[in-house]
Design a binder for this molecule. Structure first.
Ligand code: FES
Ligand SMILES: [Fe+2]
Length: 309
């Protein structure tokens, strides 16, 4: 019997390294993503995310490494690496070592976060781009993070598992999935929801976009005012991930009034799912009820993000 609860490798895609307002100020910082040690280094407003271990003799560039000029210098024998990852100088040799090159992960700034492209094959350039959807006039109202013992796909599958909203989250009745449209790595689900307020039940529109594996953008619209949840799931290890949620409003007073309730409900439901995610197994051939076809459709969409190394 396999000891792994999830049979797929890490997905490829754009994953959040940090929110933009949480990028470390240090010129060199260490990060654990994609089951590997990485170093983010920055100079003159340029940033690079690279494998942490020096191609010379394997020192960790984030532990005592420093930025000098426009180079990252290894603490062990002071070999220097340029912004393109290539070794540019060895203090005790006439020429750099052309084979010494750091793997560099493409970076992008989108929807308030610093994203890195991961693909098991380092030669594969980004296959898609994450669109910038967050309006510049949006106002940040809440955020929360959770580190989880599960994988991106299990968290994402929650959105099409309508039955659990009743049994786990205690919603009054089972909603339908809504209209789902799939466009390559992007998936949009639009549904009508009821927002419970002191003035009674109000009709709202929920639009949930999956922007590849690991990036989500959800809008909740009520009377033309919008609350936005930017979500991301970053693989940390094979079966560990870091989930981030950031909530914004469109700047209107109405959205500012709805946002706390919306954010609190997302956070409450998220925490209720954790014990199930952290112990469940992925069944490749699940026994589904007739209404659960969307689970199969979701899995067909999700399958595109896995390739063997
Ligand atoms: S291990 Fe980095 S310079 Fe030697
Ligand atoms: Fe849930």
């Amino acid at each position: 019997m396999s000891t792994t609860r999830f049979p797929f490798p890490l997905p490829y895609g754009w994953f959040t390294v940090t929110r933009l307002d949480e990028v470390p100020l240090d010129p060199v910082s260490t990060h654990r993503l994609f089951g590997r040690d990485l170093v983010l280094w920055q100079v003159d407003g340029e940033r690079r995310l690279v494998d942490a271990h020096c191609p010379h003799l394997g020192a960790h560039l984030g532990v005592g490494g420093r930025v000098e000029g426009r180079c990252l210098v290894c603490p062990f024998h002071e070999w220097s690496y340029g912004l393109d990852g290539a070794n540019v100088a060895i203090p005790y040799a006439d020429k750099p070592n052309r084979r010494a090159r750091l793997r560099s992960y493409p970076l992008a700034e989108r929807n308030g976060s610093l994203l890195a492209w991961y693909h098991p094959d380092p030669s594969v350039a980004p296959i898609y781009e994450v669109p910038q959807l967050l309006p510049t006039e949006s106002v940040l109202v809440h955020r929360f993070d959770r580190e989880l013992g599960t994988v991106w796909q299990e968290v994402a599958e929650n959105s099409v598992d309508m039955a659990h909203f009743v049994s786990v989250h205690g919603t009054a009745q089972m909603a339908s999935v809504g209209q789902m449209t799939v466009d390559g790595p992007f998936r949009t689900v639009r549904s009508e929801q009821t927002f419970t307020s002191s003035k009674g039940d109000l009709p709202a529109i929920l639009t949930s976009r999956s922007l590849g594996a690991g990036q989500g953008y959800v809008t909740f619209e009520l009377f033309g005012h919008t609350v936005i949840a930017v979500s991301s799931t970053t693989p940390v290890e094979d079966e560990r991930c870091l989930q981030r949620f950031t909530f914004h409003t469109d700047g209107s007073d109405v959205a500012a009034k709805i946002a706390p309730a919306f954010a609190a409900e997302v956070e409450r439901q998220f925490d209720q799912d954790i014990p199930i995610w952290e112990t469940k197994a992925y069944l490749p051939v699940p026994a589904l009820a007739p209404s659960e076809k969307p689970v199969t459709e979701f899995r067909r969409w999700a399958a595109q993000f896995y390739v063997e190394a």
